[in-house]
Design a protein around this ligand. Structure first.
Ligand code: GLA
Length: 385
């Protein structure tokens, strides 16, 4: 399914009347550090993955935008003329039609076509399968019509916020577009500038999929966004110019602690300290300080676990187990939380034993076999055929 030729073949079987399709790829991501900071206009440090969503597209007759999901074996369609006012169906097709709607609203006229989408990014794994779907769909529907990369990232983010109804930050769409082979990308989510970071040699990035996804994820996400807004409202009484938690250092927060609801204070403590951890991680990485990088990973996890409260028992177990294994520098949950993956910094040469140790412990405890993704930073989205 992943090779371009087999994907094109699948397209021709599904849509026998269609001309030869064009093919686009957009990657998923692992966020190394900087969690729940993007919608607070702070810093994140993701890598794009080889795991990706592939979209094949060809023009069609009949006025419909039709999409077939290889992973689900399902087709959805909508008249192109109805795109502008379409409402979400509350399923996977919302990512596709949400992007199509945003394109129409941005002045890119829609036309009838057939799409075939297939993804190697696991859904619900916290590796951003949705942004990969959005970005590969957007490129396919643009079909070579020019758009700036930042505009493309913002457009896909709008599709998710306005159509899917998830008040996400910009990280996932941004890294899917701006990913670079061999480098992590530090994104300043306020200026939208980026800096590339090559990690020290002799360390592998290994994601471990807990294979669980707890349902409260999206409502808790909304709640966290709201709580961060509450923290900013308190801060603005004293510092009217502070537009987001990005504008505040962790230490400064203590001044306003008495005025904040204790839960809101802990949320703000996470975000402000996490921004500082991203900067410290960059510094440690530049200096080849693997132990320091690992400590920042674990610090990030503890903050997400106790202050931001977006972890879960299974993720905590994976982190605690990982940090007790030889050759592991650090471990933390990655992505929105409540299940999905941990990301681990593991000494090259220790990866096989790490995976065996984790698999054994996780199976013994939960009866679930975790899935591993050993990941090198890959390139961002592009046309591949
Ligand atoms: C989800 C969102 C991102 C980001 C992460 C948490 O993946 O889509 O914008 O907020 O959660 O860091």
């Amino acid at each position: 399914m992943v090779s371009p030729s087999s994907f094109v073949e699948a397209f021709s079987q599904r849509f026998p009347q269609a001309p030869a399709p064009s093919l686009y790829r957009a990657p998923g991501r692992i966020n190394l550090i900087g969690e729940h900071t993007d919608y607070n206009l702070g810093f994140v440090l993701p890598i794009a993955l080889e795991l990706a969503c592939f979209t094949a597209v060809a023009p069609a007759a009949g006025g419909m935008l039709r999409v077939y999901s290889v992973n689900l074996g399902l087709t959805r369609e909508i008249p192109v003329a109805e795109l502008a006012g379409a409402l979400p169906a509350k399923d996977w097709s919302d990512y596709v039609f949400g992007v199509a709607q945003q394109l129409v609203r941005a002045g890119y006229a829609g036309s009838a076509c057939d799409l075939l989408v297939g993804s190697t990014v696991p859904t619900g794994g916290g590796l951003s399968s949705s942004a990969a779907l959005e970005v590969s769909t957007a490129l396919a529907l643009l079909g070579g019509r020019g758009i700036g990369n930042l505009d493309l990232a913002r457009l896909c983010q709008r599709a998710e916020r306005e159509f899917v109804g998830m008040p996400c930050g910009i990280m996932d769409q941004y890294i899917s577009i701006f990913g670079r082979q061999g480098a992590a990308v530090k994104i300043d989510c306020r200026s939208l500038e980026r800096e590339y970071a090559v990690l020290p040699a002799d360390v592998e990035i290994v994601a471990v999929n807990s294979m669980v996804k707890h349902e409260l994820g999206s409502s808790a996400y909304r709640e966290r966004v709201r709580e961060c807004g509450e923290a900013v409202a308190v801060i603005q009484r004293h510092r009217p110019e502070a537009g987001s938690l990005r504008d505040v250092r962790r230490q400064e927060l203590d001044e306003w602690k008495a005025e904040m609801d204790p839960v809101v204070f802990r949320r703000a403590a996470h975000v402000t300290s996490e921004n500082e951890r991203v900067e410290a991680f960059m510094e440690a990485s530049r200096g080849g300080d693997l132990a320091g990088m690992g400590r920042l990973f674990v610090g990030s996890h503890r903050s997400l676990q106790h202050d931001y409260e977006v972890s879960c028992e299974e993720l905590d177990f994976l982190v605690d187990t990982a940090t007790g294994l030889p050759g592991v520098y650090g471990s933390r949950m990655t992505g929105g939380g409540f299940g999905g993956c941990t990301v681990n910094l593991v000494e090259t040469g220790a990866v096989t034993a790490f995976e065996a140790g984790i698999a054994q412990a996780y199976r013994d405890r939960y009866g679930i076999t975790p899935v591993f993704y050993q990941s090198r930073p890959a390139a961002g989205a592009s046309q591949i055929g």
